[in-house]
Design a protein around this ligand. Structure first.
Ligand code: NDP
Ligand code: 2IT
Length: 451
């Protein structure tokens, strides 16, 4: 007779904490999902009996490896590389690579876990994975970055493949790094396959992949506002970060008639009361991405703006907010400040930028609040479209891709409504996203039996 796993939520979480000591980010991500899933599966015996949540919260495998490289002064440097393959029930593992000194197993396990639900929400056949290294690209020469990427791929190549695991970019990894890694993969394997996404257009990349995460997050925000009969015209927006996601989110807000008041980096935030125009956003893109500069330099170029050292932008009153930098950048007290200042809607561009207390504050305030796994899925969705184009050996037109991105974000919004509508005009998007993502992966796992 089957023994079903009817442990309650606190007991389940105690087990997760015990099995994953010193991994607070991973435990946090599991807790946020488990709170909703426990309610959903309460009367669904099969999910309990088959221990589905317990299995999704245990990565299929975690690969950790040494990455040696030589800096420009001839010193030998040693970093740690990882690939976390969380779950491939609905497709090959898929998810970005992060290069940042804060990268460790906990961070990548939380990201791979989140990615599993996010990828399911896109409706495309992609499982969840994530990788990276504690390598810090800041202050490194382009040649050093190339040597690091080559050394990283020299181990990673044996764990990935177009039908196995398809990495992409994330913090510290953009088109340039993907190019270096793809070049090394091709050199080692002598195969030209769609093994990475976010590639250059010349060698199999997709149009609108660089823009997709930020644009998609704003489309999701617009979908949420539309449920209240509102749009972005004339709305003020506070955005954190100044990288790929933040600058493209800012660009789309401006295109849809909103006014962007802030951008930030790890040194602090800039507040431009006149708003970031497209020209100013282009300046930030060039300064941060190509010149690897600091956001504080913005106030020299645009003197009406102010720089707030060491601060996050959540105290600036706004209609909508988009955290687009990193995990746990928006805490409970920031959430209370945003709500008190009249913020109407928040869409996460980053992964898990809001801490658990902040999530509870937004839920209690019945804010239009989209978790990253729903609102930032546009990036991986266009990555999925890049995979399709690579398989077909053709490239789709920009208009087609723009429309597909909009349709996918609309579809994710609909899935959130299906499972998150609480009645009385309130949609719990966190619950909606968690349940919709879980259900698809869980039902595939049930079909496979115990594997
Ligand atoms: P980038 O490397 O392009 O930019 C990262 C930005 O976040 C920079 O402004 C950086 O500041 C800031 N930042 C990074 N770490 C910290 C930190 N610890 N504290 C404060 N600020 C920090 O990365 P992306 O824009 O690609 O990624 C941003 C977020 O979006 C991440 O959470 C990522 O996982 C998520 N995401 C990205 C997707 C993509 O397609 N790229 C897809 C979906 C989600 P500084 O320059 O000072 O380091
Ligand atoms: O967090 C994410 O969704 C990403 N970094 C993008 C992953 C991808 O495979 O495009």
């Amino acid at each position: 007779m089957a023994v079903s796993d009817h442990v309650d939520l606190p007991t389940f979480m105690e087990g997760v904490r015990k099995r994953n000591p010193h991994q607070p980010e991973f435990v946090q991500a599991v807790q946020e999902v488990a709170e909703d899933i426990y309610e959903f599966i309460e009367d669904k015996e099969e999910y309990h009996a088959q221990q589905i949540l317990r299995r999704i919260a245990e990565p299929d495998r975690v690969v950790s490896f040494r990455v040696c490289w030589e800096d420009d002064n001839g010193n030998i440097r040693v970093q740690r590389g990882y690939r976390v393959q969380n779950n491939n029930a609905i497709g090959p593992y898929k998810g970005g690579i992060r290069f940042h000194p804060s990268v460790n197993e906990s961070v990548l396990k939380f990201l791979a876990f989140e990615q599993t639900f996010k990828n399911a929400l896109t409706g495309l056949p992609m499982g969840g994975g994530k990788g990276g290294s504690n390598f810090n690209p800041k202050g490194k020469s382009v040649r050093e970055i190339m040597r690091f990427c080559q050394s990283f791929m020299t181990e990673l190549y044996r764990h990935i493949g177009a039908d196995v695991d398809v990495p992409a970019g994330d913090i510290g990894v953009g088109g340039r790094e993907i190019g270096f890694m793809f070049g090394q993969y091709k050199r080692i394997t002598n195969q030209f396959t769609g093994v990475l996404t976010g590639k250059g257009l010349e060698y199999g990349g997709s149009l609108i992949r660089p823009e997709a995460t930020g644009y998609g997050a704003v489309y999701f925000l617009a979908n949420m506002l539309a449920t209240k009969g509102e749009d972005l015209v004339g709305k003020t927006a506070v955005i954190s970060g100044s990288g790929n996601v933040a600058t493209h989110a800012a660009e789309k807000i401006v295109q849809l008639g909103g006014k962007v008041l802030t951008l930030s980096d790890s040194g602090g935030f800039v507040h431009d009361p006149d708003g970031f125009t497209q020209d100013k956003i282009d300046w930030v893109k060039t300064h941060k991405t190509h010149r690897r500069g600091r956001i504080q330099d913005y106030v020299e170029a645009f003197p009406k703006a102010t720089f707030h050292e060491g601060k996050t932008p959540w105290g600036v009153p706004c209609d909508v907010a988009l955290p687009c930098a990193t995990q746990n950048e928006l805490l409970g007290e920031d959430a209370r400040t945003l709500v008190a200042n009249g913020c109407k809607a928040l869409a996460e561009g980053a992964n898990m930028p809001t801490d658990l207390e902040g999530v509870h504050v937004f839920k209690a305030a019945r804010l239009l609040y989209a978790p990253g796994k729903a609102s930032n899925a546009g990036g991986v969705a266009v990555s999925g479209l890049e995979m399709s184009q690579n398989s077909e050996r053709r490239a789709w037109k920009e208009e087609e891709l723009q429309q597909m991105l909009k349709d996918i974000m609309f579809g994710i919004h609909q899935s959130c409504l299906t499972y998150g509508d609480q009645g009385g005009g309130y949609v719990d998007y966190v619950k909606g996203a968690n349940i919709a993502g879980f259900k698809k992966v869980a039902d595939a796992m049930l079909a496979f039996g115990v594997v």
